[in-house]
Each structure stands twice: as structure tokens, then as C-alpha cells.
Ligand binder design. Structure first.
Ligand SMILES: CC(C)(COP(=O)(O)OP(=O)(O)OC[C@H]1O[C@@H](n2cnc3c(N)ncnc32)[C@H](O)[C@@H]1OP(=O)(O)O)[C@@H](O)C(=O)NCCC(=O)NCCS
Length: 217
């Protein structure tokens, strides 16, 4: 696994993207947190897809996870599901400040669908993993023993994600009632104009599943 404070090794990704990753790593509100586990043959099948199949040295060689030092308590009522017509930056509930920020280096041709464009299914997996991390962080924060399962994931692909390139995904648990967690996430890339451009955004519902339920699955 690549978890380091050093500048990620990003192959041909742009200097601007490097600068953005470096800036995120220096943000004192966030701490490097955990890792996307690499799957090994001695493991059970847990983490097999993302850690063993999807994220390899040829596909997603760099994956950094940053967690906000102070997680904001989620709202205690179900939130509105964002309207697909509203611009990502204006859509509510907001993803800011994000609970989790993930920096992914996407390689090509490993994750390409169309030329120089990340495959939508890969992006869905990256969102799912990142949002899962946000829920897991809240579960730990509230000392709640449960495993987050994705019940619903709604993704809006607004602009192609360019590969090779760095993708930043910000995720926030915006509401929670009991074992239901609503999570917002926005992915962005730094383009030539030096501004972060939102490419993709998502809303998801996760359910915390206790051991008595997960052992039946
Ligand atoms: C998600 C899952 C665990 C929920 O099962 P469960 O724990 O038995 O939950 P219930 O069916 O009792 O539903 C609990 C609540 O969540 C809601 N809910 C459950 N699944 C939902 C879904 N897919 N979308 C929206 N709401 C859902 C129910 O409506 C219910 O709401 P209420 O309390 O307001 O009535 C189960 O459907 C499941 O295992 N799905 C597959 C998950 C999965 O494999 N995800 C990919 C890998 S993580």
C-alpha cells in the first residue's frame, strides 16, 4: 500500500495536480488516516475487489486517505436527495467540510473506458469506497460496532474524468438516523486553469449492519 507524506508518484499527471495533492496533505484540519488495504492471498475475501482486483500498480497506484480531525455530527433527519439539475457546487446538502478526502492517482490504460477517460464503473467503485470510509469514521467516532453496507448509490457523471490524472473525492456523512447514514461526495480534478473542476458527484445511503445480521449474509 502507498501511504506516505511524500508527494505521490504520479507518472505523467500534471504539476498542478501534484500541487493540489501537496496542499491537501498540508491542511492541518486533516490527518492521514488508515489505508485502502491491499488484498493478499492469505486474507479472507474481505477487501478482495478494491484492494486486490481494482486498485493495482497499473490502475490506481496511489491512494491517500485524509480524515478531518473533528467530524461534524450529522443531521438527525433524512436529507433531501440532491436535484440532478442543480450545479454540483450549489447542490445541498453540501459536502463541505468533508469528513474524508481521498486522493487517487488514476492510470491509463488501466482504468480507461473511452480514450483518456476513466470508466464509469471504476469511478462508482471509488465513490463507494470513499463514502464507506466516511461512514466507518463516524461509526468509530461514536463507538458503534457495525459494518456499513451500501443500500443506494446515485452518481451523476457531469464531466469526463481525465486519465492519467489525480482525482480528489470528498465525502461527508450529512445525516444519520439510527443505522441509516446518508453520504454526499464530490469528485474533482485540477485542470489547466488551476481551479479544481468538479467532475462527478454522488449521494448514497448506507446501513450499519451488526454482526448478528452480517453473519446471516
Ligand atoms: C442494505 C441491507 C443490509 C438492508 O437490510 P436490513 O438491514 O434488513 O434493513 P431493512 O430492510 O430492515 O431496512 C431498514 C431501513 O432501511 C431502508 N432501506 C433498506 N434498504 C434500502 C435501500 N436499498 N434503499 C433505500 N432504503 C433502504 C428500509 O426502507 C428501512 O427503512 P425504515 O427503517 O425507515 O423503514 C440489505 O438490503 C442488504 O444486505 N443489501 C445488500 C447490500 C450490499 O450488498 N451492498 C453492496 C456491498 S456493501
Amino acid at each position: 500500500m502507498i501511504m506516505s507524506h511524500k508527494k505521490p508518484n504520479c507518472g505523467s499527471t500534471s504539476g498542478l495536480a501534484h500541487a493540489l495533492a501537496a496542499r491537501l496533505l498540508q491542511d492541518k484540519n486533516y490527518t492521514l488516516s488508515g489505508a485502502f488495504p491491499r488484498h493478499s492471498d492469505t486474507d479472507s475475501d474481505r477487501f478482495g475487489y478494491f484492494g486486490g482486483t481494482l486498485a493495482t500498480a497499473r490502475t490506481i497506484p496511489t491512494r491517500l486517505i485524509l480524515q478531518h480531525r473533528i467530524l461534524q455530527p450529522p443531521l438527525p433527519t433524512s436529507p433531501p436527495w440532491p436535484d440532478s439539475k442543480t450545479r454540483t457546487s450549489l447542490a445541498q446538502p453540501s459536502v463541505h467540510p468533508a469528513d474524508i478526502i481521498v486522493v487517487l492517482e488514476l492510470g491509463t490504460p488501466g482504468v480507461s473506458g473511452h480514450p483518456s477517460t476513466a470508466h464509469g464503473g471504476v469511478l462508482a467503485s471509488c465513490f463507494d469506497e470513499t463514502m464507506h470510509k466516511a461512514v466507518a469514521a463516524h461509526l468509530v467516532d461514536t463507538r458503534h460496532v457495525a459494518k456499513p453496507y451500501t443500500a443506494r448509490l446515485d452518481i451523476r457523471y457531469r464531466q469526463p474524468v481525465q486519465v492519467p490524472g489525480l482525482l480528489i473525492i470528498r465525502a461527508k456523512v450529512v445525516a444519520r438516523t439510527g443505522r441509516k447514514f446518508w453520504v454526499r461526495a464530490v469528485a474533482s480534478q485540477q485542470r489547466d486553469d488551476a481551479k479544481e473542476t468538479p467532475t462527478t458527484d454522488a449521494m448514497a445511503l448506507f446501513l450499519g449492519v451488526g454482526d448478528s445480521i452480517s453473519s446471516r449474509l
